[in-house]
Design a binder for this molecule. Structure first.
Ligand code: SIN
Length: 303
């Protein structure tokens, strides 16, 4: 029997497949479709200090092999996540979840991290310095090594949970940002968030998305994500959660060979809500096909 277990900084996962933040709500919504305990873990919708309604509509533009979103971090705020969303999730999911935190200031990140640090239902903090859909926050922290390091340090100072910095691909040197986070104490790196993109409505002669631009994700971005996971693996000695265009068990194996320890599935959940259990069920056969007994053995195996 093949071994699909992996470990993220002391957090053991039965398998490396995790639905990505923003594509899976707070998780419990999917329990109506299947037993979500088959998942390695769940990355929750990005949480901010205050509740947010998000960006004006339309927020979505379809593309071939992907989509552009400009949701704008819609969420009920960290206190409601702790008091309302996490209890609902705990009723149907019996593993630690991954809380995803966004902010508009370093203090915002630290506030949310401190609140979530006290919650046993959260096993790992994913710090989103990469949202392309808000001004004066999000991605602006993740495009400069010093700013990404400052957020890392502030969060590490208030939590004992593993801290994974979620990076944007909209930079020229992803390795430099990842290294700055590692040097500031990050326990791991998550990448990639979405690529900044846009579509034009031909009839209106105007951008499809109200916010004009948004984040492009989906199967089309897998090669970009693999390239960046590869580069970050070469630059740091901390674990990587790889994401971007993953849609099959073979994609998961490719991500691990590039250097990821675990993998998030994002846009594919919007195409097929059963994508994650389908990928998990297909993993043993795909491993057997490529002569893999233990997934942990192949992490970074293509280097
Ligand atoms: C959003 O809510 O705008 C998407 C989150 C992200 O891309 O980080």
């Amino acid at each position: 029997m093949v071994n699909t277990r992996v470990n993220l900084s002391g957090l053991p996962l039965d398998n490396p497949v995790i639905p990505a933040s923003g594509t899976f709500g707070f998780g419990y919504e999917f329990a109506e479709l299947y037993d979500i305990n088959v998942l390695g873990s769940i990355a929750l919708k990005g949480t901010t200090r205050e509740p947010r309604f998000g960006n004006p509509l339309p927020r979505i533009a379809e593309c071939s092999d992907g989509l552009i979103n400009s949701v704008g971090l819609q969420n009920p705020g960290v206190n409601a996540v702790i008091d309302e969303e996490l209890p609902k999730l705990a009723r149907v999911f019996h593993k630690p979840a991954i809380a995803n935190i966004s902010g508009f200031s370093i203090e915002d990140y630290a506030y949310c991290a401190e609140r979530l640090d006290a919650d046993d239902r959260v096993g790992l903090l994913e710090i989103n310095v990469s949202c392309p859909n808000v001004h004066n926050g999000g991605m602006s922290f993740g495009t400069d090594p010093a700013s990404a390091a400052a957020v890392t340090r502030a969060v590490k100072a208030v939590t004992k949970k593993p801290v994974y910095m979620k990076l944007t691909p909209n930079v020229t040197d992803i390795a430099a940002i990842a290294k700055a986070c590692e040097d500031a104490g990050a326990d791991g790196i998550s990448l990639i968030n979405t690529l900044l993109g846009m579509r034009i409505d031909l009839k209106k002669r105007a951008p499809v998305i109200a916010n004009k631009m948004g984040g492009f994700s989906g199967r089309a971005i897998l090669p970009v994500a693999l390239r960046m996971v590869w580069q970050v693996y070469e630059a740091v000695d901390i674990p990587i959660i790889g994401m971007g265009g993953v849609a099959s068990a073979e994609d998961v194996i490719e991500m691990l060979l590039a250097g990821a320890t675990a993998v998030q599935v994002g846009a594919e959940n919007l195409v097929n809500p059963w994508a994650c259990p389908r990928i998990i069920a297909a993993l043993p056969d795909a491993m057997a096909k490529y002569g893999i007994d233990k997934l942990e053995d192949i992490i970074g195996g293509a280097h």
